[in-house]
Design a protein around this ligand. Structure first.
Ligand SMILES: [Zn+2]
Length: 698
């Protein structure tokens, strides 16, 4: 065997990989997968797991692993040749998965299996895999009959086109705006790096002085730091009216109409309502929630309104403080929408100023990893040790996790930023756990971050945000690696509800705000001393700065999204703007100006996959905070060590190891002994009544 992408005997052979291997490997693996698909879907195949499910799963697992290597390298070791290969091959993969999802014959066979007496003899895990598959077939329109079937296919195509158009309009409208500034005095207050960036932008476009755009870093710099109020207003207005007829961009009338997203939103909403009706659901929110943990739009809106009500007193207090500070210290009265970030930044600096660079000198990567691994070993009864594997870059490290001396899983750590690496941080699976005959295939994960690399011969230093990111991704990694589920389609994070999948990652982040943990994993690069407690307290207070206002802002977006897809009637008399106005009147503490057209650039729900799903951010935070509170309770109890170990074991057994094998709410209840509760999140965000102590005093 000469093509390393066709070698599935062990770990990926990064040392032998070349982009030339990709196309021939896919030729082979796609052919095998299509043959398996035909065999599984054949009307005369026996109604058994072995005949209907296993062959396709085996073939597509190999396809997924081989393509996963190319796709991983495309993200972390980009080259012109690999990129060209990747882009050329991607449509073949997408095409194949569309074939599977829309395969009428396969759907019919799965249905027959689910209705046959043999179904009851399958393991609970296998029954769940079949049920998930049937659910996804139905959501994809597989159970519709002509002409609804053709209409549904047309709707799906058009929805995809409109989502793409929405995003393009936002992008084009963003790029259509520029503001030339000749005199640096106009940019008073700008930090040096933002000033440099504006100058570089002017140079790049052949103009003099400075050039401001609506790219997010520029908008943030202006809103937070520009001392000139007129400049802030101008950029605010341009940003808040993107892709609308009210656009403040100096574009031609025709261009404004061309880029207006209002008609795109209207058509999308009408199509989504029809999409839901064809599938037999009362509205699009109900469709969106089928594969999610939340049970109904009513449950979500009740959750959001409850959160809003509890956050409200804190948001009101945040507003009063901000208004007082802005009036007394900055002479801004009344506060306008374009003053909020600016005044908030000044208030934050005056209260909690600390140097992120100074904090960074306390977090040396080896010590942080030691702290993280030690914590995980203690909580979950595992051992983490260095291991050997072929890698794609000399900086990449490889480790194994063992429990009771047996291999549980392995992971790659690729932590430093490089020119050939996609920005951001993520966890991806290289291989998933599954039972194979008498043995088990152990899972393997990629953990990728983009930390600043160390100077030669020294340890890398991490900001506290970096440390949190590392813990977050490691939480995803543990979810993938510590699974005990035997079936590929529901092991690790596969098959976990989308609004519950951030539970383990956000859960682990909490430990970065635990004083004992932080103390143990910090050591100043010069003196070796732990982070001072007073500095830590300041960081903690800064983290919760304006958490009331921020919570209400998230609730405003999420409630608008859920009501829009759950209750709003596109054919009724109210407009989308009317609904947004009503939500703001109900929730917002600072109501945006009338010209604000936020919805026209709300890409999450109109250009991405978050329709009736934006609530998921807060939802998952509630779960992770509440799960973490179980550890806080254990740590505060007598015999803390024993109680913590017990709680860790229960978290491992009920949440980390169960994957998609049962509903996330069942896993949560099994761990916590009750339903999720908001209290822990509010407490972690500093939103608790504590009249004896003003948080300005810390
Ligand atoms: Zn995450």
């Amino acid at each position: 065997m000469t093509n390393p992408l066709l070698d599935f005997s062990d770990l990926p052979r990064f040392d032998a990989f070349s982009p030339d291997h990709v196309a021939p490997a896919l030729d082979e693996l796609l052919a095998r997968s299509r043959a398996a698909l035909a065999a599984c879907a054949a009307p005369d195949a026996p109604l058994t797991w072995e005949a209907l499910v296993a062959p396709l799963e085996d073939a597509t697992e190999q396809l997924g692993r081989a393509w996963g290597i190319a796709s991983h390298l495309n993200g972390v070791a980009d080259s012109a040749q690999l990129r060209a290969t990747y882009n050329a091959q991607l449509p073949r993969i997408v095409q194949f998965w569309t074939e599977v999802a829309q395969h009428e014959g396969l759907f019919t066979r799965y249905q027959a299996l689910a209705e046959a007496p043999v179904f009851a003899t399958l393991s609970a895990e296998r029954r769940r895999v079949i049920e998930h598959a049937l659910r996804d077939f139905r959501l994809g329109g597989a159970s519709l009959v002509s002409p609804a079937r053709e209409r549904f296919a047309r709707i799906q195509e058009r929805e995809a086109e409109l989502a793409q158009r929405f995003s393009e309009h936002v992008l084009d409208a963003t790029n259509a705006f520029t503001l030339e500034i000749e005199d640096a005095a106009e940019l008073a207050g700008f930090p040096a790096d933002a000033l440099e960036a504006a100058q570089a932008e002017a140079k790049r476009r052949g103009t003099k002085g400075y050039l401001l755009t609506l790219q997010q870093p520029t908008v943030v710099a202006v809103m937070q730091y520009a001392d000139r109020r007129e400049l802030r207003e101008r950029i605010y207005r341009a940003n808040a009216t993107r892709a609308s007829l009210d656009a403040a961009a100096p574009a031609e009338e025709a261009a404004r109409i061309e880029l207006d997203n209002a008609p795109v939103i209207d058509e999308l909403l009408a199509l989504r309502a029809e999409h839901a009706a064809l599938l037999g659901y009362p509205n699009y929110a109900a469709v969106s929630l089928v594969p999610k943990m939340a049970e109904s739009a009513q449950q979500v809106t009740a959750f959001l309104r409850d959160l809003a009500q509890r956050a409200r007193p804190f948001a009101e207090r945040d507003r009063a403080e901000l208004e007082r500070f802005a009036r007394d210290e900055l002479g801004l009265d009344p506060l306008q929408a374009w003053d909020l970030s600016y005044a908030s930044e000044k208030l934050r600096e005056s209260r909690y100023a600390f140097s992120g660079q100074e904090v960074r000198r306390y977090f040396q990567l080896p010590r942080v990893l030691e702290g993280l691994f030690g914590l995980v070993e203690k909580l979950f009864g595992v051992r983490i040790a260095p291991d050997q594997a072929p890698v794609w870059h000399p900086d990449v490290r490889f480790h194994r996790i063992e429990r009771d001396g047996a291999l549980v899983g392995q992971f790659y750590l690729d932590l430093y930023a490089r020119g050939d690496k996609r920005p951001g941080a993520w966890m991806d699976d290289a291989r998933a756990r599954r039972r194979r005959g008498p043995g088990v295939q152990s899972p393997v994960a990629y953990l990728t971050c983009n930390f600043q690399p160390p100077p030669a011969g020294q340890s890398a230093l991490l900001t506290h945000d970096d440390v949190t990111t590392l813990f977050h991704e490691f939480g995803h990694g543990l979810h993938h690696l510590l699974t005990r589920v035997d079936e590929l389609a529901i092991s690790g994070i596969t098959g976990v509800e989308w609004d519950a999948v951030e539970l383990p990652s956000q859960f682990l982040e909490n430990f970065c705000w635990e004083w004992e943990i932080v103390r143990a994993m910090s050591a100043h690069v010069d003196t070796g001393e732990a982070l001072p407690r007073a500095l830590f307290d300041r960081m903690l207070a800064a983290k919760n700065f304006q958490s009331g206002l921020q919570t209400l802002r998230q609730v405003e977006f999420a409630l608008f999204d859920m009501l829009l897809h759950g209750e709003f009637d596109p054919a009724g008399g109210r407009s989308v703007q009317d609904l947004l106005d009503a939500v703001r009147a109900e929730v917002a503490v600072f109501v945006p100006p009338r010209f604000n057209r936020f919805q026209n650039s709300f890409s999450h729900i109109f250009g991405g996959g978050y329709a009736a799903g934006y609530y998921g951010y807060k939802w998952a935070e509630v779960l992770s905070a509440d799960a973490y509170a179980a550890f806080e309770e254990a740590g505060a109890a007598p015999e803390a060590d024993r109680r913590l170990a017990e709680t860790g074991e229960r978290f491992l057994m009920e949440i980390l190891s169960t994957g998609g094998s049962r509903p996330a709410i069942d896993s949560f209840r099994a761990f916590r002994g009750r339903s999720p509760d908001l209290a822990a999140l509010l407490r972690h965000n500093g939103m608790v009544e504590n009249p004896g102590r003003n948080h300005a005093d810390v």
